[in-house]
Write a protein that binds this ligand. Structure first.
Ligand SMILES: NC(=O)c1ccc[n+]([C@@H]2O[C@H](COP(=O)([O-])OP(=O)(O)OC[C@H]3O[C@@H](n4cnc5c(N)ncnc54)[C@H](O)[C@@H]3O)[C@@H](O)[C@H]2O)c1
Length: 261
């Protein structure tokens, strides 16, 4: 569901989105397109990215799909090149691709650790390093990285311990600050959004919504509902826009009050 659309907010802008084939990345691509931007929808899953492009085109928007594993510099460079040849410039980046694997602490192996750190943290750096050069040559713009409340507090433990996820996302606000400092001279602002629980494939709704889990959620959430992808897309769109032109280097929780108590 997409609400409160300002169809000219991002007119003439071009946005590169990672993990745009699902959940928050898909909804952000759709929202930014409805708000006037052309979207480079990248994902490791090309068919999923293409589906997002079809959804955008069916609403009259402009988008192209690119197969990008955020760990693969050459694939990122190729997608930037296609975006530039289709649209001539790139102004925004949404560094959204991310994943988690679930294990007890003793069963967490090095492959799972490396996968989660490489996609969630190294991937954000690699994509930002490449895409920021295109944004700089386009006259500047803005980047939003996806963090999580789990960068600040531990939510799951025991059989679903997530030290690798917590560590990877804990790095995002500091990466965000470092990029904000480095890219200020290029007229590029860099911020991150920290979502609470959002109803996507990532967040296993069926598994989580046991009576016990529901009670846990209700006790944490001040706003008594699970977040929707558009709750995050709206915050991302605002941080990218000129309305946030004096906001740089921050982490914005968008979490229904999860972190408040
Ligand atoms: N859903 C939540 O509750 C929640 C909460 C906090 C933070 N987040 C963060 O939001 C972001 C998006 O999550 P979501 O809920 O939309 O997840 P999702 O699983 O619905 O979508 C993630 C997308 O990333 C893609 N992807 C995975 N590995 C990739 C890689 N190596 N390269 C490129 N693309 C890859 C997947 O194909 C998928 O399309 C993630 O960074 C996640 O950590 C989600």
């Amino acid at each position: 569901m997409t609400s409160h659309v300002d169809t000219s907010r991002h007119s003439g802008k071009v946005c590169f989105v990672t993990g745009g084939g699902s959940g928050i990345g898909r909804q952000t691509s759709i929202r930014l397109s409805l708000e006037g931007a052309a979207i480079i929808v990248s994902d490791i899953d090309l068919a999923a990215a293409q589906e997002t492009v079809e959804l955008i085109e069916s609403k009259g928007g402009q988008a192209l799909a690119a197969q990008v594993d955020v760990r693969d510099r050459k694939a990122i460079q190729a997608a930037v090149k296609s975006g530039l040849s289709a649209y001539g410039s790139i102004h925004f980046l949404v560094n959204n691709a991310g994943l988690v694997t679930k294990h007890s602490l003793k069963d967490l192996d090095e492959d799972a650790w490396d996968l989660v750190l490489d996609v969630n943290l190294k991937g954000q750096w690699l994509v930002a390093q490449e895409v920021s050069q295109a944004i700089a040559s386009s006259g500047g713009g803005a980047i939003v990285n996806l963090s999580t409340v789990e960068a600040m507090v531990v939510v799951t433990s025991g059989s679903t311990a997530q030290p690798h996820y917590n560590a990877s996302k804990g790095g995002v606000p500091m990466l965000t600050k470092a990029l904000a400092v480095e890219l200020a001279s290029e007229n590029i602002r860099v911020n991150c959004v920290a979502p609470g629980p959002i109803a996507t494939d990532f967040f296993d709704l069926k598994g989580v919504m046991s009576a016990e889990a529901q009670a846990f959620m209700n006790q944490r959430l001040l706003v008594q509902r699970i977040g929707q992808p558009d709750d995050i897309a709206r915050a991302i769109s605002w941080l990218l826009s000129d309305e946030a032109s004096w906001i740089d280097g921050i982490q914005l929780p968008v979490d229904g009050g999860w972190l408040t108590r």
